[in-house]
Write a protein that binds this ligand. Structure first.
Ligand code: ADP
Ligand code: MG
Length: 266
């Protein structure tokens, strides 16, 4: 990924989650997906959320995205309460979510066009973020002509083109092969240093979380276990920028988080 120089954008925002819970009504009764939880993310922080399948990670992300309404509690991004989706909170999904009938360039331009930016600014944004993800040469291609890793880069650029103050990512690299995935992690890590934005990143890979995060939020429980999903602990990742997955402290953190993920709820 190339350096993109002096990128200016919206300021990153802090996220404040207060007593947030979610119940789903189903034909078999109420499913308590997530117990009331409180948590704050600092502006510009990179937070990874890990936990076993079904512990409520995606539920948490959908609530922060504003796709769903909480059962109790609230979320605010800086001072503003979340009431629905907003381009201020960009969302990247595992399955890319690109428009197959639009080229790479048009996919990236879509958000700025929706925001009625003038043509000059749209072009500027597209140039900047297509470069940021290293896809200038593929501007005229369609998503189905690209590899999975490249499609995920487009979907990241597409979100960044809105210059969001928060980026929400739900297992974005989950469908990629191991080598591509590790390359994408490095790119995202550096992109985050360059482009100041707050990131809430969901993964079930503990290694991925330790590679990327400033802090790792460990969730446990889950409706299927009879205990609503909740935060077990928050682990600060005190590693240097140049992270070595074979390093001693790296492995220590991985071990500690694995223990927390597997800990039984009493
Ligand atoms: P994760 O992303 O950690 O795997 P989810 O947030 O997807 O977990 O799901 C948490 C729990 O809530 C699971 O038990 C899941 O079955 C349940 N759940 C999620 N979405 C719905 C829904 N729309 N209706 C009913 N139950 C749901
Ligand atoms: Mg999920």
């Amino acid at each position: 990924m190339v350096h993109i120089g002096a990128v200016r954008k919206n300021e990153p925002a802090g996220i404040t989650i207060t007593n947030l819970s979610k119940d789903y009504e189903t034909s078999r009764g109420i499913v308590q997906a997530m117990a009331p939880l409180s948590f704050s993310v600092k502006a510009g922080e990179f937070i990874c959320v890990v936990g076993a399948s079904g512990c409520g990670k995606s539920t948490l992300l959908r609530l922060v995205a504003g796709f769903e309404k909480p059962t109790t509690g609230s979320i605010s991004v800086d001072e503003t309460e979340v009431n629905g989706p907003s381009p201020e909170r960009g969302v990247v999904f595992q399955d890319y979510g690109l428009f197959p009938w639009l080229t790479v360039w048009e996919n990236i331009a879509w958000g700025p066009r929706q925001a009625h930016l003038n043509r000059e600014l749209i072009n500027e944004r597209c140039d900047k973020y297509i470069k940021a993800v290293g896809l200038e040469r593929f501007a005229k291609r369609y998503p189905n002509e690209l590899s999975g890793g490249m499609q995920q880069r487009v979907s990241i650029a597409r979100v960044l083109a809105n210059e969001p103050s928060v980026m929400l990512m739900d297992e974005p690299f989950g469908a990629l092969d191991a080598l591509t995935r590790s390359g994408m992690q490095t790119e995202l890590f550096h992109l985050h240093k360059e482009i100041e934005t707050t990131v809430l990143f969901i993964t079930h890979s503990i290694e991925e979380a330790v590679v990327l995060a400033d802090r790792v939020v460990v969730m446990t429980g889950g409706a299927a276990k009879g205990v609503p999903g909740h935060i077990r602990d928050v682990v600060p990742i005190d590693l240097p920028e140049d992270r070595d997955v074979t390093g001693e402290h790296f492995n220590e953190l991985e071990r500690r988080i694995t223990e927390l993920v597997n800990m039984q709820d009493e």
